[in-house]
Design a protein around this ligand. Structure first.
Ligand code: UDP
Length: 244
């Protein structure tokens, strides 16, 4: 089926539900394509406005999902819509559950030493039967071929990559063919949350589109990064207004 893409400030976002996203990823695993999956939030869309490489990666990824409430809101404001938010953390949980049933093998790459192990251990408890075939922290030399060989030799079906934005997208894109993994997903801070090192906003805040404010309160150091959010809102409103 042809992809249904919605442009949010030039970034093509797939108009899919969580359930459809899981089915699409399943299709990538079966087809054994080297598919890149990106989960885009407002911060990332804004970063892509100045970072041509990231812009191009997001537009060439096999699946680019609406990770944040801001992107869902923007799509609607710009005259199209995406059915729901498909956050990277939630997608990861759905895929792990699916992998435990299908036997798909997972490689966990990223976060501080010990965090990916802890996340994988939590996942093994939560999703019995889950096959983890490799774990490595995210503080390695990006040019280090040994890490790539480790991943390739693991014969993983899904690589969860938590190196932060835009490092994870760039690294995955650069080595996607060498890694020989059917599906590669940039999952940001997911391992930290799974390992209990970071907390996600309560569900009511997520539903109200306020996850960003929770992040800001817990991590005031994100303030400068988050200045992108009001700029995102202004850009979207301007773009909606000029296209009327
Ligand atoms: N990280 C990493 N290697 C690096 C830089 C960051 O593994 O060189 C990890 C970091 O420890 C954290 C994740 O990447 O687990 C980024 O989390 P954040 O919540 O900042 O995600 P983002 O908003 O960048 O997607």
């Amino acid at each position: 089926m042809a992809r249904q893409l919605v442009s949010v400030l030039g970034v093509g976002i797939d108009s899919v539900t969580m359930q459809q996203a899981v089915a699409i990823v399943d299709g990538f695993v079966r087809a054994r394509t080297a598919a890149l999956v990106a989960t885009a939030n407002a911060e990332m869309v804004m970063l892509a406005q100045q970072d041509q490489e990231l812009f191009s990666i997001l537009n060439n990824a096999e699946l680019t999902l609406a990770d944040g409430a801001g992107v869902v809101w923007a799509a609607r404001r710009l005259g199209s819509s995406v059915p729901e938010r498909v956050a990277g953390y939630d997608l990861t949980q759905q895929l792990l559950q699916h992998a435990a049933k299908t036997g798909y093998k997972i490689f966990w790459l990223g976060a501080a030493p010990g965090v990916a192990e802890a996340a994988a251990a939590k996942a093994a408890e939560k999703y019995p039967g889950l096959a983890t075939v490799g774990v490595h922290d995210g503080f390695f030399d990006c040019d280090d071929g040994a890490i790539r060989r480790l991943i390739r030799d693991s014969q993983a079906d899904i690589l969860l990559c938590a190196l932060g934005v835009p490092k994870q997208e760039k690294w995955l894109n650069q080595y996607r063919h060498e890694l020989q993994v059917p599906v590669m997903i940039g999952v940001g801070g997911t391992f930290d949350v799974m390992a209990g090192k970071a907390k996600r906003a309560p569900v009511w805040m997520q539903r109200a589109g306020l996850e960003w404010s929770y992040r800001l309160l817990r991590q005031p150091s994100r303030f400068v990064r988050m200045l992108a959010l009001p700029r995102f809102v202004a850009r979207v409103l301007l773009s909606a207004w000029t296209s009327r």
